[in-house]
Design a protein around this ligand. Structure first.
Ligand code: NI
Length: 202
């Protein structure tokens, strides 16, 4: 099953931190969500490729469902993976540090330490169950995206000091360059709401 979006596929606005939905655990996808997920996935892939990014979780486009998409583009070729209700079922004791960024914290990067290898169980869009073992970039990406589904951002793995430096820098950059739209919800609220969203503490 391919999810390559065509040019007509809608690009969704990406929610920028701080935002409540980025701090909220998502709801598991059930059979009643099949149509919503089917409509969401091509838009999530289109939004991720457009950003561009290598992973995107549903809360980052304002959707409260345990859905994430990943494409590491190995050898510059598309390799889209859609993960429904993913969970980490095993993680190595060995750790690995890697610089991470996030589409919801644009322009911000920090080294994050996580288990070097993970085993992840998930469902594909047809409902079939899968298990993958990952290391390297894919392991970090899977953990980053599954974190999003649990209301956790990469900065939450840093010290409070480092986290606050990054969040303040992001807020300052957003104030100085408000041209980039925030989430649809935030920008619809007018200048007052936007200012509050930008300066609020995550
Ligand atoms: Ni992210």
């Amino acid at each position: 099953m391919r999810f390559m979006a065509d040019a007509a596929t809608e690009i969704l606005p990406i929610v920028i931190a701080p935002a409540r939905i980025l701090k909220t655990k998502t709801r598991r996808v059930g059979p009643a969500d099949a149509a919503a997920v089917g409509a969401l996935l091509p838009r999530m892939f289109a939004t991720m490729y457009h950003a561009p990014g290598i992973g995107l979780a549903a809360p980052q486009v304002g959707v409260d469902l345990a859905v994430t998409v990943i494409d590491l583009m190995p050898d510059d070729k598309p390799n889209p993976i859609a993960l429904i209700n993913p969970e980490i079922v095993a993680a190595s004791a060995e750790l690995a540090a890697r610089e991470e960024g996030c589409l919801s914290l644009p322009g911000q990067y920090a080294e994050v330490t996580r288990p070097a290898r993970v085993k992840v169980r998930y469902e594909d869009p047809s409902g079939a169950r899968h298990e993958i073992e990952a290391e390297g970039l894919l392991a970090a990406c899977l953990q980053h995206e599954i974190d999003h589904l649990n209301g956790i951002l990469f900065v939450d793995h840093l010290s409070a000091l480092k986290r606050n430096i990054i969040l303040r820098r992001l807020a300052k950059e957003r104030r100085q360059n408000p041209a980039t739209p925030l989430s649809a919800g935030a920008s619809a609220g007018g200048a007052g709401t936007r200012e509050k969203a930008l300066t609020g503490r995550v």
